[in-house]
Write a protein that binds this ligand. Structure first.
Ligand code: DX5
Ligand code: ZN
Length: 217
């Protein structure tokens, strides 16, 4: 079902070759490019900040979907807008003022996403749905690629009912592979992030497996 978008996470790409990795996944059918920003504080891992994301932008022809696993968020919103993020997603757990953060993301000209850790209930976004373009349901505890899928079917269904006819995507992130994706699709997710399940078996010099992996999800 191609109305469901596949967003490969470059967390599983070759960190010495991001430009060619982005070109390869887009040539192999990626709908969006998912960029995981980690601060070593909100999550126990470090990745990259706005200057690196700005460099990725030169290669992304589809949609650059930037997932912030950082706290605080607000001081960096303008830097990620300048870096060229199309969608900027902040965690509801990252601070006390997510409502303000989502408004600021839209005011900076980006689409606003809100992410929920596995332990956070769907109700946490009940009063945010008119301020957001995407709800990201984490299906792992964030911080690393390659973890096992946590079934969030009930949360996804609850969100789909709460969203109603608003134009809000439900994205799932973590442990998505051909075995787990059908559960989330059936529950109502329409953007599937996948890292290890896209990049396994391929490389920039042998990108065909990326396409096979994308089509298998
Ligand atoms: C997890 C990140 C994910 C991660 C997914 O903290 O937000 O985007 O890269 O990787 P896989 O698909 O390998 O679980
Ligand atoms: Zn992510």
């Amino acid at each position: 079902d191609r109305s469901v978008k596949i967003a490969p996470s470059i967390l599983s790409a070759d960190f010495a070759d991001f430009g060619r990795e982005i070109q390869a996944i887009e040539a192999q059918g990626a709908d969006w490019v998912h960029v995981d920003v980690m601060d070593g504080h909100f999550v126990p891992n470090l990745t990259f900040g706005p200057p690196a994301v700005k460099a990725f932008r030169r290669h992304v022809k589809t949609v650059m979907d930037v997932h912030l696993m950082i706290a605080p968020v607000d001081p960096y919103i303008d830097a990620f807008a300048d870096a060229g993020a199309d969608i900027l997603t902040a965690h509801v757990e990252a601070g006390p003022h997510i409502h303000r953060t989502l408004q600021a993301i839209r005011d900076a000209g980006m689409k606003a996403g809100v992410a929920l850790n596995p332990g956070t209930p769907a109700d946490a976004v009940a009063h945010l749905l008119d301020l957001t373009d995407l709800v990201c349901v984490m299906t792992v505890n964030p911080g690393y690629g390659g973890q096992s899928f946590i079934d969030m079917t009930a949360k996804i269904r609850a969100l789909r009912a709460m969203i109603g006819d608003r134009p809000v995507h439900i994205e799932i992130d973590g442990g998505v592979d051909p075995g787990t994706a059908p559960l989330a699709r059936a529950a109502g997710a329409d953007v599937l992030v996948a890292g290890s399940a896209v990049f396994r078996g391929g490389s920039v010099d042998n990108p065909a497996p990326y396409g096979d992996n994308i089509r298998a999800i």
